[in-house]
Ligand binder design. Structure first.
Ligand SMILES: Nc1ncnc2c1ncn2[C@@H]1O[C@H](COP(=O)(O)OP(=O)(O)OP(=O)(O)O)[C@@H](O)[C@H]1O
Length: 300
């Protein structure tokens, strides 16, 4: 089943008499169990898409479904956990009270809330600050308590808008680990981010949005290939390489050597090496940074 389906979404805003086409026929499909990263330049339409899925705003045209249910209906949100880009809480509440409130609003009983809160506060490293009013929390601490509140009811789909933007490097590692754990237990995760290494590290699929349309979708195997400029062929060094690439060979160990070849020459080089009975030990993609790919896409 699809966890998220957006078909041909259009959304226009009007601002000071000007029309802004935020979404322009967006299609987005996320399979159950996926960890989907939503990547796009500033103003591409990521937050608008998320707001439509959460029914904070309505699309002008198109259909949006969550687990097959129209996202305009309240029922569609029963299985969702949501963390907005800038979570806002009543600032006199403590971290623990925020979790209690979130748990109650999902119909969890007090015993379970207490148990879950204790676990989550520990996990997001807020145990010591749990009885402090959140107005005294830093941006990263707000993000952490917001994250805990978003998952207290064990949602089947977790939607996060720029979840790691206010976090320090250790906080990002913690979030990524928690996202991975949740995903391994079956939670579908959909998050937007600007931080490319974070997306690259953990996502099973990446959707790149530009000018309100899906520009490209890359799954993890494609991602490897798509961003690969060259390959490193490692072979047992027993013969003499064909003349055209023998100068590029580098000794790796006593027995092994390697040669780097561009993507376009890979097939040719491999067939020549096979012809000459080379023992090929490994072929490693030499990845081009996703950052470069993103810049390339943004500039097109
Ligand atoms: N309430 C609004 N009124 C007017 N224009 C808006 C409104 N919300 C969004 N927009 C415009 O719609 C476009 C898409 O905005 P959106 O916030 O969805 O982009 P984004 O991809 O989330 O960007 P960022 O990465 O910078 O957060 C932008 O041009 C933005 O200025």
């Amino acid at each position: 089943m699809k966890a998220v389906e957006c078909d041909n979404i259009f959304k226009q805003f009007k601002y000071k008499g000007e029309k802004i086409q935020a979404l322009n026929g967006l299609d987005l499909h996320i399979e159950e169990g996926e960890m989907y990263g939503f990547l796009g330049p500033n103003g591409a339409g990521k937050s608008t898409t998320i707001k439509i899925l959460m029914d904070f705003i309505r699309a002008d045209k198109g259909s949006t479904k969550i687990f097959g249910i129209d996202s305009k209906g309240v029922k569609s949100r029963a299985k969702i956990g949501f963390l907005p880009e800038n979570p806002v809480f009543m600032d006199n509440l403590t971290g623990r009270e925020i979790l209690r409130f979130a748990g109650k609003s999902h119909g969890i009983d007090s015993y379970e809330i207490n148990k879950k809160s204790k676990e989550l506060l520990k996990r997001v490293e807020l145990t010591e600050a749990s009885d402090r009013a959140v107005r005294k929390y830093s941006k990263g601490m707000i993000q952490r308590i917001g994250f805990a509140a978003a998952i207290i009811h064990a949602p089947e789909l977790l939607i996060l808008d720029e979840p790691m933007s206010g976090l320090d490097p250790l906080g990002r590692v913690l979030f990524k680990d928690m996202l991975k754990e949740l995903n391994e237990k079956g939670t579908t995760i959909f998050f937007s981010s600007h931080i490319i290494p974070d997306i690259e590290d953990i996502c099973t699929k990446i959707g790149i949005i530009k000018n309100g349309r899906m520009y490209n979708e890359i799954d993890d195997t494609e991602l490897k290939y798509y961003s690969t400029e060259s390959f490193r062929i490692i072979y047992r060094d027993e013969g003499v390489l064909p003349a055209e690439f023998k100068d590029d060979a580098v000794k790796v160990s006593e027995e092994l050597s390697s040669v780097n070849v561009s993507k376009s020459r890979l097939d040719l080089v491999l067939s020549k090496m096979k012809e000459e009975n080379f023992d090929i030990v490994d072929i490693q993609p030499q990845k081009k940074d996703l950052e470069d790919l993103f810049v390339e896409i943004s500039e097109k």
